[in-house]
Design a protein around this ligand. Structure first.
Ligand SMILES: C[S@@+](CC[C@H](N)C(=O)[O-])C[C@H]1O[C@@H](n2cnc3c(N)ncnc32)[C@H](O)[C@@H]1O
Length: 227
């Protein structure tokens, strides 16, 4: 368990300074759309109290602010990612914290929304993470999870696998200087997709309504779970 925690933390601390650039490059800018669409599907407003878990450099929180949310908090265990978030967005200062998603020191029933974009796959204990989300959310609160998945169409899947397993690690490794980190990404997506059933885990934590959406030919899933 803690092996994964240390390994993942090291990876994100190491690639933090190239993370945004590579994210937008390797997704051809589509990552902005995924976050925007997921937040629209969630339905946030100026009354929402949002905790963005695994916030990284803050792109979900930044989009939420664009969509009118005022009270926003960020949580991540990588200090380097949090530093970049603060650099990009002065307004988050004092409201983004270093913490692990599995044991958040957040008051019970204190937020209306939790978001995690491309973070759950990296958790060292997803069930614990979801338990911790459930406790932090107010009644009727929503957890919105954005995560990669493998597409179902067999022809597209083959093309996608080629890009994801051959091209992406090559470019990611060259630009970031950390080959291991960009090998970890495709391997973790495939393994995650085969083994982990997110709706089941969310139900185990007590979430009662679970909605699922697929974006961009099914390479990204958005799951919205209501407490
Ligand atoms: C792929 S990045 C996503 C960042 C951001 N949400 C985005 O949309 O770009 C994953 C983030 O999850 C964080 N992370 C991974 N496991 C975590 C955990 N168990 N607790 C807190 N943060 C975690 C990493 O430090 C990293 O910043």
């Amino acid at each position: 368990m803690s092996d994964k925690k240390n390994k993942v933390k090291k990876i994100f601390d190491s690639i933090a300074f190239r993370y945004d650039f590579l994210n937008h490059l390797l997704s051809f800018g589509t990552d902005y759309y995924w976050r925007r669409k997921a937040l629209k599907l969630t339905g946030l407003n100026s009354e929402s109290i949002l905790l963005d878990v695994a916030c990284g450099t803050g792109d979900v929180a930044i989009e939420a602010r664009r969509q009118g949310v005022i009270k926003i908090f960020g949580a991540d265990f990588s200090l380097n990612m949090l530093k970049l978030f603060k650099k990009k967005s002065n307004w988050i200062k004092g409201n983004n914290f270093q913490m692990v998603a599995e044991k958040m020191p957040v008051k019970n029933e204190s937020v209306t929304n939790i978001t995690v974009a491309f973070g759950v796959r990296n958790f060292y204990d997803i069930q614990e993470g979801f338990n911790s989300f459930y406790s932090a959310l107010k009644k009727n609160g929503k957890a919105t999870i954005i995560e990669f998945r493998m597409p179902s169409n067999p022809i597209f899947k083959r093309l996608y696998k080629f890009y994801f397993k051959k091209i992406l690690p090559l470019i990611g490794g060259l630009v970031s200087g950390d080959k291991e980190a960009y090998n970890y990404l495709p391997n973790s997506v495939e393994e995650f997709d085969e083994k982990i059933k997110l709706p089941e885990l969310l139900q185990n934590s007590g979430f009662r309504k679970i909605e699922k959406y697929y974006l961009t030919l099914g390479i990204v899933q958005v799951i919205i779970a209501t407490k």
